[in-house]
Every structure is written in structure tokens, then in C-alpha cells.
Design a binder for this molecule. Structure first.
Ligand code: AMO
Length: 425
């Protein structure tokens, strides 16, 4: 027979006043006073206070406990109730102390210390909070796109050709053949437009990024979407707006505790996100360059906030020379593209655009870039067999949560960052 669950979560204690309950968790803090000892237990829902006689249970922090006792309302306890007349059982003792005190309200550790000890450090309520926000964001992304008739897909992460650029790709040996870690699901999501019309994927992508910056990782989580029968990139931008609004709403609804703990300020997503052509952006910046620098992105974001009261800004029409070969040119202005970036709080959050869809355009684009056809033979099948005008986008999850939480480095919103220096833990 399966035993009925008797465990009550910390956050539910007050609703069980007067009852005999069981709570389980980690010993967050032990506080020995003259007349009583308090054990503060941490579980997935929050903190619970257990009251014992003076001198009770001299256990170190992070010991894993099961406590049985009676719930007594107490306005001074977290959640307004505590567990009294408690019996404490050790489920697992700890062999080593945490790298810093997890019970302190602020995090008394540097980023490298946190990353080196991630399995323990992330138990700190403030350090786990960004991942609650990330989880809610992905749920919101899925719900928004499900609502628009998209199908979720899962595509290979080991591939036979680079998708974004030949340079920053990790090569590996695949049963004696050369293979690569996928830089994006770009080719697969386009192919699946030929099957489902509208698809999305959330998953890891890999970039052999030689930069050591606060915004680049060698592995990150890409939220990708692709849709068929678009008029041009503006239809894609409208879908992206719905996805970002859905993500924001889901964070407000599902990650309230984390938002409050971090003092995160959620953005207003305008009905129509303001948009600037790349040529206009350059004029505004008084610059003449083929791409935006990080400083340009910050200045443009400030401009959007001042001029339009928006924390989001689309920059469209990027030079074709700076975009991948699958990018659709701007009609009547072939040096520009029907592509866009979405800037959010001073940082590029999303890249997207309309793609080529005719086989002859792909063949011409590859030839113009001096690329052989052979590595792309699988990809080109879709276009040889009829593809509608289509487009899509990819949003970097870690950058999104970093901007939402005000983190100065995306490693603060990446569980186990993989970069130039880090392969463990
Ligand atoms: P792109 O290469 O611009 O576009 O990537 C899309 C978004 O992913 C995030 N991002 C990164 N995040 C962390 N570390 C990195 N090294 C990193 N590189 C990119 C950014 C960026 O805006 N296939 C196209 C998308 C498309 O057109 O659909 C692509 O991958 O937030």
C-alpha cells in the first residue's frame, strides 16, 4: 500500500494550526536562546520555525531533518505559525560546512565563490530566486506560443555543419566523423515550418565564445520560435511581443516570491514595441558602423525610454553583411535585411527576422558567400520541396533573467555556467 503523504510545507503551516504535522527540510539556522532553542527549517516553499526546549538538538546548519509536532499560531514566526512539542529526526547529516552562511539575508560571497560552490550556494534563497523567475518565464513562453497554435519541438544538439557562423563552433568526434555542437536549432526549426507551420523549442545551444564578458556564455538556453506564412519580419515581431508579454505575466503570477525577494521590477510590455531602422539608429548615434556595440545598445535603450517610455526597442534592417546567409534582404534595399534585434534594458535580448524561402535564393546566397552546397544538403531539402515565406527569432533566457533581476553578469542567472574558464562544477 502507498503511504498517504503527511508532509506539510513551510508555507502551509498556518493553515494547519492545532494539527499534528510533519515538516521536512534543511536546518537553515539554529538559534539557541536562554529559555528556548529555535530551529529554522528550509524547504522548497520557504522557512518554518520549530521550537524546542533550551539546549535542544545541537545540530549544524544544512543537516537534513524530519520534524513531527503540533502547529501553534505565532505572529513572530515566519508564516505566522511554528511547530511546537517537536520530535526531530536526522535524515542526513552534513559532512562539510557550507562555503558561507546560507542563513544571512544578504549573500556574503563573491561571484566566483558562488559559482565554485554552486550546488550548495544556490540553496541561498536569493541565489535560487533567479531560477524561479527563469522557470516561470519558460512556462509563460510556452503558454503564449501554445495559445498561438505553435507546436513544441526537440531537435538534435549534435550537427554536421555550423548554423550561425563558421568561427565559434565546438567540433567533436562522432564515431570518427567530424561533428559540431549546435549553435542554434535554426535549420531544424525552419525545416519544421514545412511540417507544422509554427514551432518553438527551448533548449541548450553552444557557442565557442572566445570573449570573457558579462553577457556571453559558451552554453546558454535559447528560446526559439519559427512561423510560416508571414508577410515579412513584422509578423514575427508581433509574435515575439506576445511571447515576451506572456513571459512577463507568468513571472508576475508564478514567481511572486522570487520577484519580491530580489526587488525585481517587471517591465511594461507596450502593445506595440517602438522600432527603429538600423540606418536611423546610426544617425541617432552619430555613428557609421555595420553593427551595434554594447555602448550603442545602451544609448538606444535610453533613447527608447525617454522618447517612447519603453524598456524594449526593436532595431530592424541590419546590414545583410552582418547577418547569416539565410536572412531575407529588405525589398528595394538589398544591402539591408528584413531582420531585427530586440533590445531590453540596454542589452540585445533577441535576434530574429524573415528568412529566404526559395531554393534558388539559398543557392545564390551560399555561392555569394563562397560556401559549398554539400554541408547544407539536408537543410536545403525543405526549400527544394516548397516552403512558405517564414521567419522566427531566438531569445537568450539567461540574458532575460539577468535584465529582469538587475544582475550585472549573466553568470548570476546561469545554474552552472560554461565559459572560457569554467567546465566544473
Ligand atoms: P543569435 O546568435 O543573435 O541569433 O542569438 C540569439 C540570442 O541569443 C542570445 N545569445 C547569447 N546568450 C549568452 N551567451 C552567448 N554567447 C549568446 N549568444 C547569443 C542573445 C541573442 O539575442 N538563429 C538566430 C536567431 C534567429 O534568427 O531565429 C540566432 O541564434 O540573447
Amino acid at each position: 500500500m502507498i503511504r498517504p503523504a503527511t508532509r506539510v510545507l513551510a508555507a502551509e503551516l498556518a493553515a494547519h494550526a492545532g494539527e499534528s504535522v510533519e515538516v521536512c527540510g534543511w536546518l537553515h539556522r539554529r538559534r539557541a536562546l536562554k529559555s528556548v532553542t529555535f530551529l529554522i527549517l528550509r524547504d522548497r516553499s520557504g522557512l518554518a520555525q520549530v521550537v524546542l526546549p533550551a539546549g535542544g538538538e545541537d545540530l549544524p546548519e544544512e543537516t537534513v531533518l524530519r520534524v513531527r509536532g503540533t502547529v501553534v499560531p505565532d505572529s513572530a514566526a515566519p508564516g505566522g505559525a511554528e511547530v511546537a512539542r517537536a520530535e526531530v529526526e536526522v535524515l542526513s547529516s552534513r559532512a562539510a560546512p557550507p562555503p558561507f552562511d546560507l542563513y544571512r539575508p544578504a549573500v556574503p560571497a563573491s561571484l566566483p565563490t558562488v559559482l565554485d560552490h554552486a550546488p550548495v550556494a544556490l540553496r541561498h534563497p536569493l541565489l535560487r530566486a533567479p531560477y524561479e523567475i527563469g522557470a516561470a518565464s519558460v512556462a509563460g513562453f510556452r503558454a503564449a506560443l501554445d495559445g498561438l497554435g505553435f507546436t513544441e519541438i526537440h531537435t538534435p544538439k549534435v550537427v554536421s555543419s555550423a548554423t550561425e557562423s563558421g568561427a565559434n563552433v565546438f567540433a567533436l568526434d562522432w564515431f570518427g566523423r567530424r561533428a559540431y555542437l549546435a549553435q542554434s536549432p535554426q535549420f531544424f526549426k525552419q525545416a519544421m515550418v514545412g511540417v507544422f507551420e509554427r514551432v518553438y523549442e527551448t533548449g541548450p545551444v553552444f557557442r565557442a565564445e572566445p570573449h570573457d564578458t558579462a553577457r556571453h556564455l559558451a552554453q546558454y538556453t535559447s528560446l526559439d520560435a519559427e512561423l510560416g506564412f508571414v508577410r515579412d519580419h513584422r509578423d514575427v515581431m508581433a509574435v515575439l511581443r506576445t511571447a515576451v508579454a506572456g513571459m512577463t505575466a507568468a513571472v508576475a503570477e508564478r514567481a511572486q516570491r522570487a520577484v519580491q525577494a530580489l526587488g525585481a521590477v517587471l517591465p511594461e510590455v507596450p502593445e506595440e514595441i517602438p522600432s527603429l531602422h538600423f540606418a536611423e539608429a546610426m544617425e541617432l548615434l552619430g555613428a557609421d558602423e555595420p553593427d551595434l556595440s554594447p555602448e550603442h545598445e545602451r544609448r538606444l535603450s535610453r533613447w527608447a525610454l525617454e522618447e517612447h517610455g519603453s524598456e524594449f526597442l526593436y532595431v530592424t534592417g541590419y546590414p545583410m553583411a552582418k547577418r547569416p546567409f539565410y536572412t531575407h534582404p529588405e525589398p528595394g534595399r538589398p544591402a539591408c535585411s528584413n531582420s531585427f534585434d530586440l533590445l531590453f534594458r540596454g542589452l540585445e535580448l533577441v535576434t530574429g527576422g524573415q528568412r529566404l524561402h526559395r531554393i534558388e535564393d539559398y543557392e545564390a546566397a551560399l555561392a555569394a558567400r563562397g560556401e559549398p552546397r554539400e554541408p547544407y544538403a539536408g537543410y536545403l531539402q525543405s526549400f527544394a520541396h516548397g516552403m512558405p515565406p517564414h521567419g522566427g527569432f531566438a531569445l537568450g533566457l539567461e540574458r532575460w533573467t539577468a535584465r529582469l533581476t538587475g544582475a550585472d553578469n549573466i553568470r548570476r542567472t546561469t545554474l552552472f555556467p560554461r565559459d572560457l574558464h569554467r567546465l566544473t562544477p
